[in-house]
Design a protein around this ligand. Structure first.
Ligand code: PMV
Length: 324
């Protein structure tokens, strides 16, 4: 049944609006999928290959390798093996996994979660199963755990369920429906940065000064809490100030960077209502809240201040991308 058939699945990028890092310590955070960038996996049978041989091709990261030659904790290998294991498949048929993605790597867009989820969905479909979003999210969490050490689970959840979420670690997520759409400009600092390293540094900071960091985490949690109410009520005019406060607290936690600070300043100086880094920080993305007419001016200012790429996206009950 599966011979010669290709199965394809894709998953979106994501941005964290509020609460990154604090979410690792049990505080709430808000994340939304970003559909303008996606990862895609295509699985096809490889009838000419020896039984059980799995070939992984990911041109974006210059990978063309057999599964058996990859380290056991390689994230792409893990996504395949955990899915097969979950479905009780002992031995995979000979197949080829082709991966492509428009999600910038190590930029705070959740590319690792999106890649894992595209693979999990495509492999399970290839093996004749449709997994629930919950199961897909759970498997992707296991992959993230091997990569990030201590992920909160927000990335795999928002990417698997593809809807805005209010998320507290270890609890079922809450879907978040904005009463009014709002527009964000996303700027990529172009600096690739390891989320695992930033999370580990925040942990060291927390161990060194539990009181100060604990207060920062709690203040960030309170910001996410207030933002949820404003988003639900359509009081978008209050979100900018919350973003600015969240950014100051992230700076205190040492996860901003000169490049991100420059982009945040440029966004505010060109008419954004608020701006902050998004994701693990130290590099990667920042986001700016804008009125739609101001979006292109903010984009231009971000580029002039060093952004290597920018996107405009509208967050709505059904996320509606506007522009690439
Ligand atoms: O860098 P990203 O996009 O993977 O986001 C990480 C978010 C953190 O809160 C820093 C870590 C986590 O596991 O929640």
């Amino acid at each position: 049944m599966m011979a010669m058939t290709a199965f394809s699945a894709s998953a979106p990028g994501k941005i964290i609006l509020f609460g990154e890092h604090a979410v690792v310590y049990g505080q709430p955070a808000i994340a939304v999928p970003v559909d303008i960038v996606r990862a895609r996996a295509v699985i096809s049978a490889a009838p000419a290959a020896p039984a059980g041989q799995v070939r992984l091709i990911a041109p974006d990261i210059r990978l063309d390798a057999l599964l058996e030659d990859l380290p056991a904790d390689h994230p792409l290998a893990l996504a395949i093996l955990l899915t097969a294991n979950h479905l009780g498949v002992q031995r995979l048929p000979a197949l080829q996994v082709h991966l492509s993605s428009t999600i910038p790597l190590a930029a705070g867009f959740g590319s690792s979660a999106a890649t894992a989820i595209a693979i999990i969905r495509a492999v399970s479909a290839f093996l004749g199963h449709v997994l629930s979003d919950e199961a897909v999210s759970g498997l992707a969490y296991q992959v993230e755990q091997r990569q990030h050490g201590n992920p909160s689970g927000i990335d795999n959840t928002v990417v698997a369920f593809e809807q805005p979420i209010y998320f507290v670690r270890g609890q079922p997520f809450e879907p978040l429906k904005p009463a009014k759409p709002f527009t964000l400009v996303i700027g990529d600092s172009g600096v690739q940065s390891s989320t695992a390293a930033a999370v580990a540094d925040v942990r060291r900071l927390h161990q060194a000064d539990p009181q100060a960091t604990g207060q920062a985490f709690a203040a960030i949690g309170e910001i996410s809490h207030q933002a949820r109410a404003f988003i639900r009520a359509g009081q978008i005019e209050y979100l900018g100030e919350l973003m600015n406060r969240n950014q100051s607290l992230l700076k205190e936690l040492t996860v901003s960077s000169p490049e991100l600070d420059a982009l945040v300043e440029a966004a505010l100086a060109s008419g954004a209502q608020g701006a902050k880094l998004s994701g693990g920080g130290r590099g990667g993305n920042m986001i700016a809240l804008v009125s739609p007419p101001a979006a292109t001016a903010v984009e231009r200012a971000l580029k002039a201040a060093g952004a290597v790429r920018t996107w405009i996206t509208t967050i709505a009950p059904a996320v509606a991308p506007m522009e690439g």
